[in-house]
Design a protein around this ligand. Sequence first.
Ligand code: IMP
Length: 583
Amino acid sequence: MTKLTTKVAKKSISAAATARAAATHAVTDSTRARATATTPARQRPIQNPKSKIVPSEARSLTNPSDSAFYQPSDAFFHANRPTALTFDDVSLATRYSEILPRDADLATSLSDTLRLTIPIISSDMDTVTESRMAIAMALNGGLGLIHYNMPPAEQVREVARVKHHIHGFLQNPITIRPDALVADLLAKIEQKTYAFSTFPVTDDAGLLLGLVSGNVVKERYKTKKIADVMTPRASLITENIRAVAPDPIRAADTFFNNHIGIHKMLVVDDAGHLNGMVTSSDVERITAETKTLRKPARDTAFRLVVGAALSPIRKPDGALDREKILAHTAALVAENVDAVAVSTAHGHTAGVGDMVRLVRDAFPRLTIIAGNVTSAGGVAYLADCGANAIKIGQGPGSICTTRMVAGVGIPQLTALYVAAQGAKTAAAKNKNIRIIADGGITKSGDIVKALTLADAVILGGLLAGCREAPGEIMEINGKFYKQYRGMGSLAAMKSGSAARYGHDKNDATRKLTAEGIEALKEVSGDADDVLANLIGGIQSGMGYLGAKTLPALRANARFMRVSPAGQKEAAPHDVVEVSTRKQ
Ligand code: IMP
């Protein structure tokens, strides 16, 4: 059924609607560009119909009218001093292009050893990134930073889950006990919003006892015991972990070819304990994916990449607890973590510098991300302390109240420009420092603008509504939401992140002052879909700027200020918005 909804586009279109519109536009544009035969003229690269020779004026940057109005970053940001600008204050000029969006390459790096195939990182927030999100990020070519509002040992386990993840091979499938009732299983499926209804049956020791399949997980059988409706172990065809471990997906492909009508490959050890499961639909999806352009971000041992936030653990006297910090970092490194992030609200401080130096001295080759700063001096300082990549952003986050509470912070584009000057200072000292734009991104166009000055972006709010973000889905008036809260919100600080904002969560004598709020995000589907929309938008932007790579995007970027009328023009306006979606 096709549902048609209409809405009058108001003068001040909501941020969410703008983001949605931008994402839709991005997809539409990139899809359009992919269909080369039908590409509209305004999107198509300029081509000389008679020959491959393009007028030199189009190639060079010297057309005087263009250069008078559309300025490179140095000229532009200096000309706008002392006003600080953010994403919507600015638009990018189109450039001569020979690049189709689909050919734009989004590869970037956060250090000389950590390479990503897309420049997107999920934020180390307790409502954004745990292992599920980190796995989705790495599979799409990005990086997830696992938050630290959990016991240190649990964070290490979360990292291990990503590093041990084999795409399609579920190492810890959800199981059910034989003495449970079908009703219990139905309740579990509803509560956890599982999208599947076939479950292995195991005992408390993990011994495989059977498989309960979707066709008996029905209200009709709710009073029956799982043991009475399951397919018993003796009737199941299983595979041994030693046989499938080298390449579980290939093994599963062969298994499903040989066992017609079976959709789950159950993997056991020699003693019969369940070691994992592969479903035929996953194998089909993965086989299809290998033909697409999706390139996961992997380490040299072919494991997915992952990062983890480090808490600046302090002793009662306020000094860094060096032993604990180093022991925790060592445990993360033992699980092959690819990067650690020293995440604080104010990174240009003696405490953060000490912590970066401590970790750098102990782990010379580990990629260290540190922040947050908004100044060239801050970047140069953290670079000198040993950081590889520096997070830029103070106050732009969608759940952030730092600018209201502390009166401090810099609108994000100007902050990025100024901070990038610090990376140039470091480059003069032979340090290749990466800049990461952190916060305030609400649509793919913002990412394109950020990448004209930065090597990667960190997303919080744009990913918090994904299924892979931690937290339950809740329904309010027929709409589905997930919780999204600032790490400086009272609730998050009480769960552990107070140190990030310079507070002590155990200090009952002083009130914690929140610099973030607790909020809800509408459920936005799978991270795969959200990222695909964003990637399409970034590639679209690169196509418009004639940039095949991110360094070319930076070189080609020409900026202009946008007036309030220009901002209004940039979003859908003076129309009745119609959204058509299949139900
Ligand atoms: P968003 O993508 O605009 O939602 O911003 C996410 C970013 O906001 C995070 O990556 C952090 O840098 C920052 N952030 C997270 N929690 C807080 C907070 O409570 N106050 C201020 N900034 C925050």
